[in-house]
Write a new protein. Structure first.
Length: 226
């Protein structure tokens, strides 16, 4: 079973250019004025509003390039993540990997520093072109301008991901390994129908909800453009 639930439970430190679209702060004159001052140094020249499924937490910044019947084409900005390799996409391995990352964020690092929570949690699967065996990892997004301490667990690594075009299919419920396979197959079929070039050896599951959210859950299946 592949679990996309986000296990972190602590509150974030807000930043003005990462406001949820439903946030009251975005509606206030003061916030807009302060955001305008920050815009000068923002690479896109404007403040990015995180979508509602990020639950007013920081998410990797993206632009919707195209919307199709069953998927979105998004262009993501460069981003930083913390990652833990795991043996398989079995539920127990995924959960154990996320707990290692969670404990690091909660202060199990050389500075005992608590790092603000974000969305999403990622389960990444990269298939070896030769053997076909999957290399699996779990990751949490790290908010921009965060200075990370050194993890106490040596297997946790920092990833700096370049900008990328990603095809995204959304689905609900508590995501399982079977859900990931089905949604990957459906997204692959849709991409081929649209004539899209993509990496067929890599896919990722993104989860935006904690386990106690029982309804209106938001999960995503990501496939990268070639």
């Amino acid at each position: 079973m592949l679990v996309f639930s986000v296990i972190v439970r602590y509150k974030p430190i807000g930043t003005l250019c990462w406001l949820n679209s439903d946030s009251r702060a975005m509606k206030s004159t003061l916030s807009v004025a302060l955001c305008f001052l920050i815009v000068v140094s923002h690479p896109l020249g404007e403040c990015w509003e995180a979508p509602s499924f990020c639950h007013e937490l920081q998410c990797p910044e993206y632009t919707v390039v195209n919307t199709y019947d069953n998927f979105e084409e998004r262009h993501y900005q460069p981003s930083q993540w913390i990652t833990q390799d795991i043996p398989s996409i079995h539920k127990d391995d995924v959960t154990a990997g996320f707990w290692k990352l969670y404990n690091f964020l909660q202060g199990e690092n050389n500075e005992k520093k608590v790092i603000p929570t974000t969305r999403p949690g990622l389960v990444s699967v990269n298939e070896d072109p030769g053997s076909g065996k999957p290399k699996v990892s779990v990751s949490f997004f790290i908010a921009p301008n965060t200075v990370l301490p050194k993890p106490n667990v040596e297997t946790i690594k920092v990833e700096n991901r370049p900008s990328a075009t990603i095809y995204v299919r959304v689905f609900g419920g508590f995501a399982s390994e079977d859900d990931a396979r089905k949604n990957r197959a459906m997204l692959t079929k849709d991409l081929k129908a649209e004539g899209k070039q993509f990496n067929d050896k890599r896919y990722e599951g993104a989860g935006y909800d904690p386990p106690w959210n029982l309804f209106n859950r938001h999960n995503e299946l990501w496939i990268y453009a070639a």
